[in-house]
Design a binder for this molecule. Structure first.
Ligand code: ARG
Length: 443
């Protein structure tokens, strides 16, 4: 591909370090798609005859996906060499006015689009699983925590919907990352642009991009879209990790609020009684790794002088790894949420424990005119007789929950309503807009 000015073959040491085929083979479909669009653009620019461009296009469509990843430098040289095998010297016309720099950036943006769509589909499924449980458990009390200490009763449905909120924001972030990648770099050449009369706007459109990139130097060296994707993955996995943390505790012998489905738990080779939350622990671990991938990516990017430098070849593996991780973590957690067996009696008993109703007793005193600070102080000093105080003031677990009825609260009616509304927000076009209209209807 570039051997003209060289004598002899590249060393094995160079090959081992420089080749990217072992991972960028994953851009095969995108490389072919981009190449077909380029062949058509060359024809429209009068560089290729229609016969040449259809020969190229037909041959490109017939290239088989690579099955071994050692005998080429990268996916671009693989596709080109297969093209030569298939149609001979005309193959050499495809790279006219194009560089692997604009080609590679384009491939990656085509990839990103699919990766974002895939993430959104999987996040939606998890969010729907949570919303469904929320609808069914809108009136199931459980202890709510702050500082990992029992704080006030909430409902399990309300807890489910807290994660739905995070996921709806995650959907927004993947949508934004996709939008960031919606400008087509093809036609930027190596860095300076292309000398051919390419209609770049039409070329961009033919590949489904909103527009062409505006600066050829930036085009070949920009990876902001990749950084934003990795951030969206990291934050999504951080949310899943928090959810995993909660569920590990809820399923612990100490809490015992719920049991994990057998199909998504593991046993011990030594201790026959054990049922372990490995899936949840792996989610938690992968979130840590994702943060590392994002940080590593930013560290690679920050020192790269304009325009293309080979450091940029290292952009791909973190993206591929994170897409693969997310694509298993999300469905696994969704299945686990669907299969949770709740111990509702134990949750209710824990939620109604005397200490959890202390705040509501102080509230009840305040309703009767005692300044809240004073009520707080008195309840704090009389915790030993909290049950008696609760009776005196008519405080019950279900009463406490029913009162938390302002928008966003844990009252069973509110939770049931929120579980309905969240469905349209999960499928909606933007979480903020749909929340605003939902609030207008409800509050
Ligand atoms: N394999 C390279 C990459 O992944 C393709 C671009 C090579 N361009 C170059 N100027 N060496 O980034």
């Amino acid at each position: 591909m570039w051997g003209g000015r060289f004598e002899g073959e590249p060393s094995d040491l160079l090959r081992a370090f420089n080749d990217s085929f072992a991972f960028d083979f994953q851009l095969f479909a995108e490389d072919v798609e981009g190449s077909i669009a380029w062949a058509n653009a060359l024809e429209r620019a009068g560089v290729l005859t229609s016969d040449e461009s259809s020969k190229l296009t037909n041959a490109l469509k017939k290239i088989a996906a690579p099955r071994s990843f050692t005998d080429h430098e990268d996916i671009h040289s693989y596709v080109e060499s297969k093209l030569y095998e298939s149609i001979g010297n005309i193959a050499g016309k495809l790279h006219t006015g194009r560089s692997r720099n604009d080609q590679g950036a384009t491939d990656l943006k085509l990839w990103l689009r699919k990766a974002c769509d895939e993430a959104i589909v999987n996040i939606r499924s998890l969010a729907r699983a949570l919303a469904k449980r929320a609808a069914n458990e809108a009136a199931t009390p459980m202890p709510g925590y702050t500082h990992s200490k029992q704080a006030e009763p909430v409902t399990f449905g309300h807890w489910c919907l807290a994660y739905c909120e995070m996921l709806v924001r995650d959907i927004d972030r993947f949508r934004a990352a996709k939008q960031r990648g919606d400008e087509c770099p093809l036609g930027s050449g190596a860095l300076a642009g292309t000398p051919l009369a390419i209609d770049r706007a039409a070329l961009a459109k033919s590949l489904g991009f909103a527009s062409a990139t505006a600066n050829s130097i930036d085009s070949v060296s920009d990876r902001d879209f990749a950084a934003e994707y990795l951030f969206a993955v990291s934050l999504t996995l951080s949310h899943l990790s928090r959810c995993a943390e909660d569920l590990i505790f809820f399923s612990s012998d100490e809490a015992g609020y719920l049991e994990l489905p057998d199909a998504l738990a593991t046993g011990s080779s030594r201790m026959p009684q054990k049922k372990n939350p490995d899936v949840l622990e792996l989610v938690r671990g992968h979130a840590g790794r994702a943060i590392g991938e994002l940080t590593g990516f930013l560290a690679v990017m920050k020192g790269i002088p304009l325009a293309y430098d080979k450091d940029l070849q290292l952009d791909k593996e973190p993206l591929f790894r994170m897409r693969a991780t997310l694509a298993v973590a999300l469905p696994a957690l969704a299945a686990l949420i669907e299969g949770l067996k709740l111990n509702r009696e134990r949750m209710r008993a824990a939620a109604g424990a005397p200490m959890l109703i202390a705040t509501a007793v102080a509230d009840a005193m305040a309703w009767k005119g005692v300044p809240f600070r004073e009520a707080h102080d008195r309840v704090g000093r009389e915790l030993a007789s909290i049950e008696k105080l609760a009776k005196e003031h008519g405080v019950t677990l279900d009463g406490i929950l029913a009162k938390k009825n302002a928008f966003g609260g844990t009252a069973p009616d509110r939770v049931a309503e929120a579980a309905r509304v969240i469905l349209s927000r999960i499928d909606g076009e933007g979480s903020q807009e749909t929340l605003r209209s939902a609030q207008g209807d409800q509050s």
